[in-house]
Design a protein around this ligand. Structure first.
Ligand SMILES: *Cc1c(COP(=O)(O)O)cnc(C)c1O
Length: 386
């Protein structure tokens, strides 16, 4: 049998992406312009979001949001421990403090109790991360936030499209940021989007994403625009380009079909793993629906005699690339030393981190690939059974 080679992620595209991108190249409009505007418009229609402001990454979009919220030195922003560094680093940009709290071990999402305990007089915002795609307990978090007059920035980098109580993430809530990084469920290479119903946030972010200019390039250089602009603040260079937006427009058309391919893969995995007591599948809460950006499993370390890295190495030897989401923030030297964090204070995160493995899940995986990943997972665990 030929050696298998199943990557963790593979780009999914066809001639539509190629046509849109070459159209942008040939048109000569390579930076932010008509396609960026069109992508924002179609994205807001897709989600049912009031204002959509694009940028060149989740990180830049969330930076713009915290700036618009007026975060400043000495403020505190609550973030979960199990996330990518971007979620917390944007808080540090303002010399504000990311207050890192524990997760639920069943879902990988931020724990509402832990948020409540961490709220202080300095707390200005909470950044819940919809881990792997499954929405956090948004009603409870929103209630806490409104009670304490705190803002919410949802990290929706994993959750396009995910549903909470029947509503799409991004269609409700305070402010929601998406990522279009190469591996995300809609990819533009690099890209991000702010969705909000707060006009002030949308206005400020629109100005600040392009140098603090009172009019953007598109308005300036088209016939109805003019050469005149004013700088109202020292802004950033965070705009999306039409080349990225071209990818976004083509990807948006196939987002629902890509999502149903992911769902099919997830269902096959669930069916394969349901009976096994050597691993646990994250709890899917009944009032919400994940888009399966990730397919996380938790190894049942009590029942096997190998650890997580040995498992991942054995998968790799079989030709399957897995990943881990995430190394908890308090384990990174910067967060650990700067904020004096101790793993002992994060029991659920430690439990989760020791056991978590993300299996390959991408549209375009063949039935044979899916079966091979499931069979290999189970046979490695069976061999390691105590
Ligand atoms: C990918 C990711 C980000 C960062 O997105 P960029 O677009 O690369 O800036 C932030 N948060 C989470 C949870 C992510 O997975």
């Amino acid at each position: 049998m030929a050696q298998k080679n199943i990557p963790f992620h593979k780009a999914y595209f066809d001639t539509e992406e190629i046509k849109e991108v070459s159209d942008s190249l040939v048109s000569g409009w390579w930076t932010m312009g008509p396609k960026t505007k069109e992508f924002e418009k179609q994205f807001s229609e897709y989600l049912g979001a009031k204002y959509c402001v694009s940028s060149n990454s989740w990180t830049s979009s969330a930076h713009l949001v915290l700036e618009a919220m007026g975060i400043s030195e000495g403020d505190e922003v609550i973030v979960p421990s199990v996330t990518f560094t971007a979620t917390a680093e944007i808080v540090c940009y303002f010399k504000a403090k990311p207050v890192i709290v524990d997760i639920e071990r069943e879902t990988g999402n931020i724990q509402v109790n832990a948020i409540e305990k961490a709220i202080s007089k300095r707390t200005k915002a909470i950044i819940p991360v919809h881990y792997g795609g499954q929405p956090c307990d948004m009603d409870e978090i929103a209630e806490l936030a409104s009670h304490h007059n705190i803002r919410i920035l949802e990290d929706a980098a994993h959750s396009l499209p995910s549903y909470y109580k029947g509503k799409k993430i991004g269609s409700f809530g305070d402010v929601v940021c998406f990522s279009f990084y190469a591996t995300k469920t809609l990819a533009t290479g690099e890209g991000g989007m702010i969705c909000t119903s707060d006009e002030e946030i949308a206005k400020r972010a629109t100005i600040m994403r392009l140098h603090g200019m009172s009019r953007d390039a598109w308005n300036r250089y088209t016939a109805q625009g003019s050469w005149f602009y004013e700088i109202v603040a020292p802004g950033f260079k965070y705009n999306m380009t039409d080349i990225n937006a071209a990818l976004g427009l083509a990807q948006l058309k196939k987002l629902d079909s890509m999502n149903s391919l992911r769902k099919t893969i997830a269902q096959k995995y669930i069916q394969a793993f349901n009976e096994s007591n050597l691993l646990t599948l994250p709890l899917q809460k009944s009032d919400r629906e994940t888009c399966w950006h990730l397919f996380p499993i938790l190894l049942n370390l009590e029942a096997i005699n190998i650890d997580r890295s040995r498992f991942i190495n054995e998968m790799k030897d079989a030709g399957i690339v897995c990943s881990v989401h995430f190394i908890p923030l308090y384990r990174h030297p910067y967060y650990k030393t700067t904020f004096g964090l101790d793993a002992k204070d994060f029991a659920n995160s430690e439990f989760f981190y020791e056991r978590e493995v993300s299996l390959p899940i991408w549209p375009g995986m063949s039935d044979e690939d899916i079966d091979f990943v499931a069979d290999t997972t189970l046979s490695i665990l069976e061999r390691a059974k105590k």
